[in-house]
Design a protein around this ligand. Sequence first.
Ligand code: SAM
Ligand code: SF4
Length: 524
Amino acid sequence: MNEQQRKEQAQIKQVDVATDQKSDKEKPLHEKTTADFAKYFETTYKPPNINKARKRGREKVEVHYDFDIPEDMRHIGSGKKFLIRTYGCQMNEHDTEVMAGILTEMGYEATSVTEEADLILLNTCAIRENAENKVFGEIGHLKPLKTEKPDLILGVCGCMSQQETVVNRIMKKHQHIDLIFGTHNIHRLPHLLKEAMFGKAQVVEVWSKEGDIIENLPKVRHGKIKAWVNIMYGCDKFCTYCIVPMTRGKERSRRPEDIIQEVRQLAAEGYQEITLLGQNVNAYGKDFDDIDYRFGDLMDDVRKIDIPRVRFTTSHPRDFDDHLIEVLAKGGNLLDHIHLPVQSGSSEVLRKMNRKYTREDFLELVRKIKAAIPNVTLTTDIIVGFPNETEEQFQETLSLVEEVGFESAYTFIYSPREGTPAARKKDDVTEEEKKDRLYRLNHLVNQQSREAMKKYQGQIVNVLVEGESKKDPDILAGYTEKSKLVNFKGPKEVIGQIVPVKITEAKTWSLDGVMVEEKSLEVN
Ligand code: SAM
Ligand code: SF4
């Protein structure tokens, strides 16, 4: 997906490594102090190290059900407002919902007006350099506001704060930032805020080692129609270009019963659609040593819950097993749109990326999926300009996009990420060449999207209505089962419902239509 389509669619407190070795297991989570968490700090000040990260995984992940906000922090936010600016993927969006939940329980109220906020958090993304540049731009913009309002608390969290270079740069050059905390420290927000409010120094808490799973964190979900449900955290795939295994830690799966309970609760609250979330959802359950329960089993159980639409993102081709395909083929609330990132069409580039499948393996997987789910819509992620990618290898990507018939793709120019193996490679592909490849790839993807949209001309599709179109309040907007954006005329009362819409015009990235009254459907 290119920029145009995207638009259209829409802290380290200088902690002392504690010497107190007392076991922290018997204490409830909210009573634990920085010292209890010292075991996590051993790699705090080291840059991401792929060899060390690969050796991780021996420590058992503990699941905590006792998150609580200590009494003295429960009302710390009363009469105050917070604003969280979110960058990057759905994982970050969901982390923002959790932080908003914690802050609301502390008495804060949300605001979207920067000048009104008493607390501003930047929930950051590290996946590509331009994502980081945007955040540093915003950090600079916030400086005058902090000078004007010295009691304003400014925090940086998310993936960027897991990187030593970023933390050092903020500590050296951006002293107006009060708080920096990492992706494993979200449940420590009440404590960190208190330190930022009452301490004099910049508060920085980043655990390089992955934390445990904290189950009962509060959430303020964005809207009452669609919900994200985390099923696992982290990634163990170590694609050579990617920073995620370092910023998000090792793969940790939530217990099935906790996920099922959350989905049932969302169904009972009237949510119409859930998206099961993970960097690599189909690696779900691989880390369980007491039960044999994988992603296919989870999908089969979620299928039986009375919620109209179930999606998942993101799946990795390597872990897409036959059982999962068999379960997805049962349909029902399991939608027939699969986002399956391929990254490249060349087996040699895929080998260098450490994707652990070849072009042929990928095509064979697609063949199996299409045989089992004939109406399936496939979308993908692609990186162009991986170090030393040849024109022939790029041509293999184009031909694979055509052969699979992807209806949409998130397309990226390779961005070197410090600490990853690919970033150490010499690269003979020029920037112009990379841009040209991206242009040619987007041209093909746009063409395929347009063709796929044409099929809907004159058809009736089911649309989950999310709200008014941003461009025109008289027009409603929502998505089909296959994630096609539909703008249509209809009454506002249908917002939050799934309604039939007749398509009157197919565009490249969206469809226009009119709502079909139930009565005329019956007559038809
Ligand atoms: N776990 C998912 C997978 O394996 O497909 C993707 C997660 S990542 C947040 C989303 C996408 O960002 C990836 O699929 C990849 O295409 C892209 N990406 C990751 N690292 C990148 C880099 N260094 N440069 C350019 N694109 C990158
Ligand atoms: Fe990054 Fe996805 Fe590869 Fe994990 S599987 S390393 S998140 S691209």
